[in-house]
Design a binder for this molecule. Structure first.
Ligand SMILES: Cc1ncc(COP(=O)(O)O)c(C=O)c1O
Length: 389
């Protein structure tokens, strides 16, 4: 079977958050991170069968559903996950909040690097904890975002409890290498931090690079790691709210589960069905998706380099369907507004911890023709920027 990622699917007038934002306006929404593609036919078929059953009571995953998930982790990353380590969650942002609540006391700091997916910075604050951010360093010669280890050492204090890692990284689209993870593990152990490794984008690695789960390092760091995973980004199922915390250490797991009590909803039966079908039967679709996204990424990279003066992609997009674009040279206070005025909706880099006017994030998880149209509109937006006299 071949899969069709080219035919547009009308989403105006539907429940799509991404499309609703610009309802009634001719703006292509390339902001929040879900894709414009229909889910894998294998997943849709499993959902149809589950819907036809017709009973939608409170759910728990079946042994077969759990097997589908742990078998995928073993096959893809050689990571042996005991089913007892799994804590199901209705979303990974929930997981970030629960982790902050469980492993830092009120007022204690949580450390993360920026730019980063905004809930990394807001979750600790929502839970009455503090957040301390350390900018990633751009090595322009190597075209690579790096952890600034010296800055990290300066930022950590005896009160710091947690490190939030985004791996692969949203928005800079890096896949951290094993040596970097080992260094981070050493840092966390030396400062007695719990490592929360958000790996939601791990099955969207576009280059020939392995994803190495932080907890697969094993030993002491595995016992101090909360891994957050979900099929939602890869298989375009985020609206079904089915995610996982994987916590090898029984003590940490108890604390995590205790912090969910009474406030975290259970996952629903359709979510379990879709999740298991995706991991069990969705591999051919995922590979086809990765090919398509690679094509979009390369098309975008060429267009930005050739047609968008003042816009720069500073490092290769190794994973995700997100492009982190430096637009500082345009000299705009509000670049998102400029692109919206020309028909493209992007995410403002400020929300990711970047300086005002410096970056926008573009979601290229859409049919290529739509991406081409968005880029043509961006070209007009750039051409319309007033030049200094
Ligand atoms: C790194 C990261 N974590 C979590 C999420 C969202 O997870 P959820 O929708 O399961 O809350 C996203 C969505 O873009 C993300 O990029």
């Amino acid at each position: 079977m071949t899969y069709d990622f080219d035919t547009p699917i009308e989403q105006r007038g539907t429940d799509s958050q991404r499309w609703q934002k610009y309802a009634g306006r001719d703006i292509l929404p390339l902001w929040v991170a879900d894709m414009d593609f229909r889910a894998a036919p294998e997943v849709i078929a499993a959902l149809q069968e589950r819907v036809a059953h017709g009973v939608f009571g409170y759910a728990r995953p079946t042994a077969g559903q759990v097997d589908a998930v742990v078998a995928a982790f073993a096959a893809r990353y050689g990571w042996r996950v005991d089913p007892a380590w799994l804590v199901w969650l209705p979303g990974l942002v929930v997981g970030l909040n629960v982790t902050a609540r469980a492993f830092a006391e009120p007022g204690e700091p949580v450390l993360c690097t920026t730019p980063v997916y905004p809930p990394f910075m807001t979750a600790p604050v929502h839970q009455g904890r503090e957040v301390v951010t350390v900018p990633l360093a751009l090595d322009s010669a190597a075209r690579r975002w790096e952890v600034d280890w010296d800055a990290l050492e300066r930022a950590v204090t005896p009160r710091t409890r947690l490190f939030f890692l985004c791996h692969p990284h949203n928005p800079v689209a890096r896949v951290f290498r094993r040596a970097e993870l080992e260094r981070l593990a050493e840092f966390c152990l030396r400062h007695r931090l719990v490592l929360c490794s958000d790996e939601i984008h791990c099955d969207l690695v576009l280059d020939a690079l392995p994803h190495f789960p932080s907890a697969a390092l094993g030993g002491e760091i595995a016992r101090r790691t909360i891994t957050l995973m979900a099929p939602s980004k890869t298989y375009n199922l985020p609206g079904l709210g089915t995610s996982l915390a994987i916590i090898p250490d029984a003590g940490l797991r108890r604390r995590f589960v205790a912090a969910t009590a009474g406030i975290v909803a259970e996952v629903n039966c359709l979510g379990y069905t879709a999740c298991a079908a995706a991991y069990r039967d969705g591999e051919r679709w995922r590979r086809a998706l990765l090919d398509y996204l690679r094509g979009n990424r390369d098309f975008l990279g060429d267009f930005v380099a050739r047609e968008l003066p003042g816009v720069r992609l500073e490092a290769p997009i190794e994973a995700t369907y997100l492009a982190w674009l430096n637009v500082a040279a345009l000299g705009l206070q509000d670049p998102v507004r400029q692109f919206e005025d020309h028909g493209v909706g992007l995410s403002d880099g400020r929300h990711f911890g970047a300086p005002s006017g410096a970056y926008v994030r573009l979601n290229f998880g859409c049919p290529r023709a739509q991406l081409a149209e968005a880029l043509a509109r961006m070209k007009r937006a750039v051409a319309a920027v007033p030049r200094p006299a």
